[in-house]
Design a protein around this ligand. Sequence first.
Ligand code: RB5
Length: 151
Amino acid sequence: MKILIDADDAATGLKKVIVEHLKDKGIQVEDLDYLGRTPGAAYPEVAYNLAKKVQAGKLDRAILICGTGLGMAMMANKVEGVFAGVCHDVYSAERLRASNNAQVLTMGARVVGEEVAKTIVDAWLKAEFQGGRSAPKVESMRKLEKESFNK
Ligand code: RB5
């Protein structure tokens, strides 16, 4: 499993913590560091850069962190084919994957502490899409998304 990660200036510290946490677990993680390469960039550009890579289908798990997690999720969800959700608790993180089959987890560094963020990431990593009754709902999101983007 390989995971993409990035953050804006409000969350560079938490990003480092999560990168180390993933590495400690033996998980391959790529820090896109859009801000480092593009000084002055803010959450919309950081999220767009990562979401385009998810859209290209290179992988289906990624993490975006900003102050609240909100702007990152809003922007990532503007990229067709990409589904992102803000999670600040373990249950939501598990459902984000199991029920909603989202590729992108977002968190707010000004909302959760480092240890809580690690448990959220762990729950999200452990979860897989459950299919079943959730499958037609996710299918419907994809269908409606197509209508919304292509009209
Ligand atoms: C800071 O730019 C802050 O607005 C940002 O990190 C994020 O919380 C936006 O949703």
